[in-house]
Ligand binder design. Structure first.
Ligand code: HDD
Length: 745
């Protein structure tokens, strides 16, 4: 017979011995005697067992090979020499290893294969929704005003909690434009001392569907058509309108999308909403139902549609750039977190509104938003992929003091987000990625899996155990455990049904419509007319009009006129609802921090430009000097840097435009540079047409415009009606004052 490998033979012998001992009840050799084996789990926690003398984990080195102590998540390319991933220094990364300069490439070239293989795998699947996003780091400070209703530590007075916030569009791919008409995601990760809390909300307080089982339907309808994969990042197409008009619970969210909320001016100027009703619990166990609101310090502002469309082409990264620029410039965006509170009476109703229905709001006039903390975003990410792409949100990431309600949309989300991270981030260990790591100590029994980076010690990742001294122990309410509120579950039957209180799909859209000011309604009518005008099927447009008739006859008839179709009658009685002024974006004064003002000049009267520019900066706004060519103006004195030329400037970049002087004719096209242009006719023929376009577009988009010197001649040549609203002429200082006031409105 074959001779056995001595190691195998010894192992088999040992196993036999143990098996025999177990059969006969004898002591297992080397095992502690019966008196040493605890029969029950230990009752006191103890320190983890030290590694056995024969065991050792790898020392921790940074990804670039530095020894322990270097923050592992921020280092890259900080050594003197280029290396392979294994740390071998390289002397050439530009040429493959070949059999002679003109010969074939050799398979043995490990560096080539490592470099190309890694590159081949650089992309991960983009998010199935919210693929396009931008994010920032910041800090949240609790006011303590929620202390009576929640025990969540991060909401206590003065507690500072690091946050990471990702804003996004919903429908578009990762490379799509920022300014499309869409809902915006507003997801906040709070790295609290009690674990991560994610508030995964939107800039619109309601949702398209009431039950998560419909999520694939609404998203399939909104995404590009499956045959041609167009249109990208748009709702203006048949399948979207087909679904939202057949499925009328989407009416409210759709109306918000068609309002100015669908095209925000900036992420910094959006409200955020937790949408669902959450349940807070305080130290005594008392519960309160709440809806979360983020209120931007800069107010809520939007683009106008033409501006949004132009921006999509001129600067598809507009919102991403705006957020990063503001933070880099120190103009840190801020939001107050607030809650509307409702008594937890068990029926989840408040003033006739079903709090479990995510298509409904509670008007702030009925339940005011009480501020509970302030968030400041003060740092940009260092690496887009590592942070913004790999950040993984989940509405189920909750901390003690915050619990969920039985909203069926929320319950589906509680399943979906963990599931999607596993496919998106390649396995179950995404919580170990630096951006997702909790700041609370982790002591889980989750083991192994793709991309495991922890080197776990101990031998008993199971409970109960005695092998690791019974560790880890379970916490109780007094030791910070997350304990679900033992809320009553209504006694019922298993059904696939929605409650009757979910049936009203039109009264709240009407409430929102009635709460808008005339200008906001005009924009909304134009939005429906555009979007439905882009649909092909007449039947879909007709059905959409039937939905609009149930919101408001004027909305319906105006859109019908635009589509060239008859306006139908309402099929339900129009709801008798009181408007909620808090839903309008118009009518309040807001800070103008970070607003961008373009100053058109040809270099004449630079003193006025210098003064105005200084005043704009002092007011915390951003002046951008626009001149015929780049470089500097007034080189003989205190030079003024040109930030935009007539070639690179487009009106959409500015919140207001000042014309400091009618730019003199360009030397090549129109003769001498110092020619003076004083009357509109001369300006119209001589001036660079791009300046006229800049001014007329800014006017069309409702922006504040000012002019002094011979600047007013440009406004006239651009066709601005004399004395038009939002247009100021006169002395530079007075002009700037008027324009700044208009910006704050
Ligand atoms: Fe969702 C991402 C917000 C309903 C399934 N969702 C995602 C993001 C935001 C929201 C802001 C992007 C997070 C990030 O920046 O990484 N989603 C909402 C809101 C909803 C909502 C406010 C309703 C109130 N979502 C919803 C439902 C489902 C999902 C009903 C599924 C049943 N959402 C997802 C997802 C995503 C996601 C597939 C894609 C990427 C991700 O989760 O991480 O799981």
């Amino acid at each position: 017979s074959e001779k056995k490998n001595p190691v195998t033979a010894a192992a088999e012998k040992a196993v036999e011995k143990v098996q025999k001992a177990m059969r006969t009840g004898n002591e297992i050799p080397g095992a502690p005697g019966p008196e040493a084996v605890p029969v029950a789990e230990p009752t006191e926690p103890r320190e983890p067992l030290p590694p056995k003398p024969d065991q050792r984990g790898p020392d921790t080195y940074s990804p670039t090979g530095q020894a322990t102590g270097v923050p592992q998540d921020r280092v890259a390319q900080d050594g003197a020499y280029l290396t392979t991933a294994q740390g071998a220094r390289l002397h050439d990364t530009d040429h493959s290893l070949k059999a002679g300069p003109r010969g074939p490439v050799l398979l043995q070239d490990h560096h080539l294969r490592e470099k190309i293989t890694h590159f081949d795998h650089e992309r991960i699947p983009e998010r199935v929704v919210h693929a396009r996003g931008a994010a920032a780091h910041g800090v949240f400070r609790g006011y303590g005003s929620a202390a009576g209703i929640t025990k969540a530590g991060f909401l206590a007075e003065g507690v500072e909690t690091p946050v990471y916030v990702r804003f996004s569009t919903v429908l578009g791919s990762r490379g799509s434009a920022d300014t499309v008409r869409d809902t915006r995601g507003f997801a906040t990760k709070f790295y609290t001392q009690e674990g991560v809390f994610d508030l995964v909300g939107n800039n619109i307080p309601v949702f398209f569907i009431q039950d998560a089982i419909k999520f694939p339907d609404i998203i399939h309808a909104g995404k590009p058509h499956p045959d041609r994969e167009i249109p990208q990042a748009q709702s203006a197409h048949d399948t979207f309108w087909d679904f939202v008009t057949l499925h009328t619970e989407a009416t409210h969210h759709t109306l918000w999308n068609m309002s100015d909320r669908g095209i925000p001016r900036s992420y910094r100027m959006m409200e955020g909403f937790g949408v669902h009703t959450f349940r807070l619990v305080n130290a005594e166990g008392a519960t309160t139902l709440v809806k979360f609101h983020w209120k931007p310090r800069l107010g809520v502002h939007s683009l106008v549609w033409e501006e949004a469309q132009l921006t999509g082409g001129v600067d598809p990264d507009f919102h991403r750039r705006d957020l990063a620029d503001a933070i880099e410039a120190g103009a840190y965006p801020e939001w107050e977190l607030g809650v509307q509170t409702f008594p937890d009476t068990g029926d989840h109703m408040f003033e006739g509104i079903d709090l479990l229905d995510p298509t409904k709001i509670v008007p702030e006039e009925l339940a005011p938003v009480r501020p509970i903390g302030l968030m400041t975003l003060d740092a940009n990410p260092s690496n887009y992929f590592a942070e913004t792409e790999q950040v993984a949100f989940h509405p189920g990431h909750l901390v003690p003091g915050i619990d969920v309600t039985d909203d069926p949309l929320l319950h589906g989300r509680l399943f979906s987000y963990l599931d999607t991270q596993i496919s998106r981030l390649g396995g179950p260990n995404f919580a170990q990625l630096p951006i997702n790591r909790t700041h609370a100590p982790v002591n889980d029994m989750l083991r192994d899996g793709m991309h495991q980076t922890a080197v776990h010690r101990g031998v008993a990742p199971y409970r109960p155990n005695s092998a690791d001294g019974g560790c880890p122990f379970l916490a109780g309410a007094d030791t910070g455990a997350y304990i679900e509120v033992p809320a009553e579950v209504p006694a019922s039957r298993k059904v696939r049904e929605a409650p009757a209180t979910f049936d009203d799909h039109f009264s709240q859209p009407r409430l929102f419509w009635l709460s808008m000011t005339p200008v906001e309604r005009e924009h909304t009518i134009a939005a429906y007319t555009f979007e439905l005008g882009k649909c092909w099927e007449t039947g879909i447009k007709e059905r959409a009009l039937r939905v609009l008739a149930n919101i408001d006859p004027e909305l319906c008839s105006r859109v019908a006129t635009g589509l060239g179709l008859p306006a139908p009658e309402a099929t339900v009685p129009l709801a008798d609802v009181a408007p909620s002024p808090a839903l309008s974006q118009v009518g309040q004064e807001w800070p103008t921090d970070g607003r961008v003002i373009g100053i058109v000049t040809d270099g004449a009267d630079l003193d006025a430009v210098r003064t105005v520019r200084g005043e704009i900066l002092d007011a915390g706004m951003v002046p951008l000097v626009i001149a015929p060519a780049g470089g500097k103006l007034g080189l003989d004195g205190d030079p003024v840097t040109v930030q935009r030329t007539f070639t690179t400037a487009r009106s959409v970049e500015f919140d207001a435009v000042l014309v400091a002087a009618a730019p003199a004719p360009a030397p090549d096209a129109y003769g001498a540079r110092d020619a003076k242009v004083d009357d509109a006719a001369a300006v119209a023929t001589a001036i660079d047409p791009r300046v006229l376009l800049l001014v007329s577009e800014a006017f069309r988009h409702g922006k504040a415009i000012g002019a002094w010197g011979n600047g007013p001649a440009v406004l006239e040549a651009a066709g601005l009606p004399a004395g038009a609203a939002g247009v100021a002429t006169g002395e530079p200082a007075a002009v700037l004052r008027t324009v700044s006031q208009a910006l704050g409105a």
